[in-house]
Design a protein around this ligand. Sequence first.
Ligand code: HEM
Length: 156
Amino acid sequence: MTAYDLARGLHILAVIAWMAGLLFLPRLYAYDAEQAEKPEPLRSEMRDLLRTWQHRLLKIILNPAMIAAWVFGAWLIWLDGAVLRGWGVFHEPWMVTKLLGVLALTGWHHYLAVEKKRIAAGTSVRTGRFWRMTNEVPFLLAIVMVLSVTTEWTFG
Ligand code: HEM
């Protein structure tokens, strides 16, 4: 077993947990937004429960998983650049695409964290329809990122 084998295994595990959270959190936001149509006291009870789940999902799963994916990803960057392939690999189109996907996913994660605070404060303007429509964004990004690293595609 090499350090690279260990790093990529841990990287994939962290990414699985991160993706699971990114796919589930907007669904909790959609249910939350849709409580507006429900009568009291059901609305308040459901919102309290949904907001507890949103908070726990972000703090217990999403934030640690994102940090772990970055730590093991950074380890892979170092192994690739300094030991295995040389830093030139970071000019390859597949690697640039992969890392742009990482930035987009990290930005989406931060947006979800900001929205959680807005929802808790009652200032979010996002609708259930918005959360249902954007729910697939992380998965579409994941398709591009995973196929970039597995195919190592290039121009020509
Ligand atoms: C969080 C920041 C991330 C960083 C810094 C990062 C960086 C890297 C690096 C440098 C590699 C090695 C590429 C190679 O030489 O083959 C790699 C592999 C990989 N990454 Fe990431 N990545 C991150 C997040 C993600 C995410 C979000 C996904 C999926 C959606 C992902 C999926 C993969 C896969 C499938 C591999 C291939 C592992 C293997 O070789 O078997 N990564 N990553």
